[in-house]
Ligand binder design. Structure first.
Ligand SMILES: [Zn+2]
Length: 85
């Protein structure tokens, strides 16, 4: 069985941009508001078959390890986080 080459996060993000964003409603190939790429965009691309489960695992693992600074924080979430602390 041939080994499957791992895709880079840059490749995965480029494919995620093929979907519109479910948070800021950026259209395909347009960047999300505020820079970076919102996580719902990755999820939408996954639901549409653009990203694989392995791609999503890599993205979420990178988020947990804070290796994806390009994933944007939705506007206003900082205030809610501050209110909860
Ligand atoms: Zn967005």
């Amino acid at each position: 069985m041939p080994a499957v080459a791992a895709r880079t996060l840059a490749d995965v993000t480029a494919d995620a941009l093929r979907a519109n964003c479910g948070l800021c409603w950026a259209r395909p190939r347009q960047p999300c508001e505020g820079g970076g790429t919102h996580l719902p965009r990755y999820q939408r691309a996954h639901r549409r078959g653009v990203l694989s489960a392995a791609d999503m695992t890599a993205v979420l693992a990178a988020v947990i390890a804070s290796e994806v600074p390009a994933i944007a924080t939705p506007a206003g979430h900082e205030k809610r986080a501050a209110l909860c602390s």
